[in-house]
Design a protein around this ligand. Structure first.
Ligand SMILES: [Zn+2]
Length: 216
C-alpha cells in the first residue's frame, strides 16, 4: 500500500517537529494524559497534523479515561487505513492517515455504541479545525437552507431553528397589536377582533420569550 503523499523521511523531518516525527513516522506513543486533545471538547474536525486530511469529528469523541483522545468512529471511510501491528508483544490494529500514512494510534473493540469501536489516537498526530467541516457537512447532508450570514456557520442548528420561531413570534405579535388596536378603536362592534388581537399578541410574546430562554 503506497501513501498518496510521496515524501522522503528527510522531507518529513523538515516539515514535522521532533515529537511529531517520532509519533507519525516512527509509530511513537505520547504519554497518557499529556496530549492537548485528551479532554478537548470544542466542536469541529480533527485533521492529520502531517497532511491536513480530515480524520475524526468532535461529534464522535468521547471520554474513554485512557489518557488519549478517543473516538468511536472515523469521519469518512478511506480517510484512515488500518494495519496489523504485532509490536510490543501485542496484537493490535494500527490506525494510519489514509493520505500520508502517518501513524495515528490504534483501534480497539471496547468502544461505545453505535460502532463499539474505540479509536485511541495521539494528540500529536492531530490538528483541530474548529467549526469548519463538521457543521457545514451537516448542513449539506440534511439539505438545510443556507444560513444568512457567515457568523451563523458553526452555531448549533437548534439555535437557528429557534431563531426562526422568534421571527414568527414577532410577526404574530405585530399582527396581534394591529388587530387589537383596530378592535379597541371600534370597541362597540369589534370586541371579538380586539380579543383575537390580544390572543395573537400574547402568543407572539410567548414564542419570543420561549426562544430567549433557549438561546441563553
Ligand atoms: Zn496525513
Amino acid at each position: 500500500m503506497t501513501d498518496k503523499i510521496a515524501k522522503s523521511e528527510e522531507d518529513w523531518k523538515q516539515i514535522l517537529s521532533t515529537e511529531q516525527y517520532h509519533i507519525l513516522r516512527e509509530k511513537g506513543t505520547e504519554k497518557p494524559f499529556s496530549g492537548k486533545y485528551t479532554t478537548h471538547k470544542k466542536n469541529g474536525v480533527y485533521v492529520c497534523t502531517g497532511c491536513g486530511n480530515p480524520l475524526f469529528s468532535s461529534e464522535t469523541k468521547f471520554d474513554s479515561g485512557s489518557g488519549w483522545p478517543s473516538f468511536y468512529d472515523i469521519i469518512k471511510e478511506g480517510n484512515v487505513k488500518f494495519k496489523t501491528d504485532v509490536s510490543h508483544s501485542m496484537n493490535r490494529i494500527e490506525v494510519v492517515c489514509g493520505i500520508c500514512g502517518g501513524h495515528l494510534g490504534h483501534v480497539f473493540d471496547d468502544g461505545p455504541k453505535p460502532t463499539g469501536k474505540r479509536y485511541c489516537i495521539n494528540s500529536i498526530s492531530l490538528d483541530f479545525k474548529e467549526n469548519k467541516y463538521g457543521e457545514i457537512l451537516e448542513f449539506l447532508d440534511k439539505k438545510k437552507s443556507k444560513p444568512k450570514n457567515k457568523q451563523m456557520v458553526g452555531k448549533p442548528i437548534g439555535l437557528i431553528k429557534n431563531m426562526s420561531k422568534a421571527r414568527i413570534g414577532t410577526v404574530i405579535l405585530t399582527i396581534g397589536v394591529i388587530i387589537s388596536l383596530f378592535g379597541i378603536r371600534h370597541s362597540e362592534t369589534c370586541v371579538i377582533t380586539a380579543i383575537i388581537g390580544l390572543i395573537l399578541f400574547f402568543v407572539g410574546l410567548w414564542m419570543i420569550f420561549k426562544e430567549d430562554k433557549k438561546a441563553v
